[in-house]
Write a new protein. Structure first.
Length: 177
């Protein structure tokens, strides 16, 4: 059986909870509800936990938001594609701008295109095929701008790296020197 990192799982749970609590902070655009906090959380998950955790977090958050009535079915393709691409680009590129671009492109273009069949067949929306790309991009931009500021600061301060056990606190590093 594969080793499960309890700290990663706990952090993922906390981030999902933040996504649920902040889900009323959304902007209705057509058939979608744009949630910038979700995109910020996708980037946090993709950078600090990896693509698998990020996609899992996006799925659980979307599911719970739908069950609580604060989301739509369009949350699934948008958030999951953005989280996956963000996590993969950061995992293999190791640069934060790759993660930010992955979230923007994954959510707006890929997620927007995948949302059209869901909107057309399951929600009865008359939107055009490209009708979700711009609203998803606007939503992603808000969360990505928030992430650029906060994730960059957290990465420099090594906040989650210390928490996840990937790095010792600076006080212990100085004590060894």
């Amino acid at each position: 059986m594969k080793h499960v990192n309890v700290r990663k799982l706990a952090l993922a749970g906390i981030l999902v909870a933040v996504g649920i609590v902040c889900s009323p902070l959304s902007i209705p655009v057509g058939a979608s509800k744009c949630a910038p906090v979700q995109h910020f959380i996708n980037i946090l998950g993709g950078v600090f936990l990896g693509p698998a955790y990020a996609v899992g977090m996006a799925f659980v958050t979307s599911l719970l938001r739908n069950l609580l009535g604060t989301g739509t079915l369009l949350a699934f393709p948008g958030s999951m594609c953005g989280a996956f691409l963000c996590g993969m680009l950061y995992k293999y590129g190791k640069h934060l701008p790759f993660a930010y671009l992955g979230e923007l492109f994954g959510t707006s273009v890929i997620g927007g295109l995948l949302s059209w069949p869901i909107a057309a067949w399951l929600m009865g929306s008359e939107s055009a095929v490209y009708g979700f790309i711009l609203p998803f991009f606007v939503s992603s931009c808000g969360g990505t701008i928030l992430a650029v500021v906060l994730v960059t600061a957290m990465k420099r301060m090594r906040v989650f790296d210390v928490y996840l056990g990937n790095l010792e606190p600076r006080s212990k590093q100085h004590a060894r020197s």
